[in-house]
Design a protein around this ligand. Structure first.
Ligand code: SF4
Length: 441
């Protein structure tokens, strides 16, 4: 009888694309994939090191699996497993912990799935994680996450990702195009490009430190692939989002007018302390260039509050900077100290209470910005990709410029692209619409 495997993924789109690839390996080894809530012979947890209380989350997920099947084999992979392997191996019920170089070979580490007395660790120095393994997610959601790049060579002082994922390296352009074709052949309408620092795409493509191709060349090549309806850039560093890419997206067949660009702070002194590679003036340039060629574009912003040295005045500078910018929503992160980071020993520590207060203020600003953006789209004609879940009698979806819409549940709409006119905003903040043409089947 087929062995059953279940997965739990924490963190980013990159982690989801890698879980999906690892799951396909299990299927090719004859495992049947079941939901994490169901009884399985092995549970695989793909961990994240950025998640708040990552350790508590991990322990509760292991407990959840053990409750369903105390005999099951429990394996941990991902960024947290690379950063703190022994800490995870010491958690009751964990049998195997694999680091960044081993996670894609997990099926090689499985014997008869009998539990180990203590968690076995197969991890390595992150310097060894210098080779590239491609991945993409399929079947889990309406859109597919396509990994094009991994690791990072930047040294932002608050970040542990380079320690968890290694140096910047990229898939070959040919392989990315092949994966994109494979995804569109499965009737997936939207592909989201993902990685750690995707603007650095091309670095290490041919196994050396040089750039084989650039991100701009990747975008142009992907736009030519037949059958892909939509391409979305997940997140890109402002200094790596070149004007030529912005202009290309504004005229492209498939790339959607949605940019998610980490800012982190609206004050140049703090940006220097964070060792970010731009000043706020460059960020303004990028936003204005995007809005110049794509006035309806959606712009999402990552921002960190409570970084050491962020006084009330400097925080207000960030608040006002964001308030004045023509952006659409914020992802607000509360600064938290991470081991082995430069920022953890910087002076000017901000109290947790003040961090929480500032985070609340920026989340309030984000609601205001998103509302203003949605209002600016009312009356416009957009294309919606409908998702597959019946949410309390409603079907939801996103326009190309990331406006979230809803309408009464209709299974015929699932995973279809329809042209609509946005009419008004409902009390829950989602946008209603009217179909402007016959339904496309
Ligand atoms: S660019 Fe900076 S924040 Fe982003 S992964 Fe690299 S080091 Fe971390």
């Amino acid at each position: 009888m087929d062995k059953k495997v279940a997965f739990y993924t924490l963190g980013c789109k990159l982690n989801f694309s890698e879980t999906s690839t690892i799951a396909r390996d299990f299927s090719s080894e004859g495992f049947e994939r079941v939901d994490f809530k169901e009884k399985a012979d092995i549970y695989v947890i793909n961990t994240c090191s950025v998640t708040e209380n990552a350790d508590k989350r991990f322990k509760s997920i292991v407990k959840q699996a053990q409750k369903v099947n105390p005999e099951a084999f429990v394996a941990a992979v991902g960024c947290y497993a690379q950063l703190k392997p022994q800490e995870l191996a010491d958690v009751d019920g964990v049998d195997l912990v694999l680091g960044a170089t081993e996670k894609f070979k997990i099926t090689d580490y499985l014997n008869d799935l009998s539990k180990n007395d203590m968690g076995e660790v197969h991890s390595c120095e992150i310097e060894d994680a210098n080779f590239y393994v491609g991945s993409y997610s399929i079947g889990d959601r309406t859109r597919a996450f396509l990994k094009v790049q991994d690791g990072c060579d930047y040294k932002c002082t608050y970040c542990t990702i380079p320690l968890a994922r290694g140096v910047s390296r990229s898939d070959t352009l040919e392989n990315v195009l092949e994966n994109a074709r494979a995804i569109s052949a499965k009737n997936i309408k939207e592909i989201v490009l993902t990685g750690v620092n995707i603007g650095d795409y091309g670095k290490g493509e041919f196994g050396n430190k040089k750039h084989g191709h650039t991100f701009y060349e990747l975008v142009k090549a992907l736009d030519k692939v037949e059958g892909i309806e939509r391409l979305r850039i997940s997140s890109i560093e402002p200094n790596l989002l070149k004007n030529e890419t912005i202009e290309f997206v504004s005229k492209s067949k498939a790339f959607v007018p949605h940019f998610h660009i980490p800012l982190q702070s609206g004050n140049n002194e703090i940006l220097k302390l964070m060792r970010r590679r731009y000043m706020k003036e460059l960020y303004v340039e990028r936003v204005s260039r995007i809005k110049e060629v794509m006035p309806h574009a959606c712009i999402g912003v990552d921002v960190i509050v409570g970084f050491p040295g962020e006084t009330d005045d400097l925080f207000l500078e960030t608040y006002n900077f964001l308030n004045e910018l023509e952006i659409s929503y914020l992802h607000v992160f509360t600064y938290s100290e991470r081991d082995h980071t430069v920022a953890a020993s910087l002076e000017g520590v901000v109290s947790k209470k003040v961090r929480a207060k500032r985070s609340k203020m920026l989340r309030g600003l984000s609601v205001k910005k998103r509302r203003a953006f949605y209002e600016s789209q009312i009356g416009s004609s957009r294309t919606v990709l409908f998702e597959g879940e019946n949410k309390e009698g409603y079907i939801q979806g996103f326009t190309e410029n990331y406006v979230k819409v809803k309408s009464p549940w209709n299974p015929e709409l699932v995973n279809t692209l329809q042209t609509v006119e946005l009419t008004d905003i409902d009390d829950d903040g989602l946008v209603r619409f009217e179909f402007v043409s016959e339904l496309v089947r």
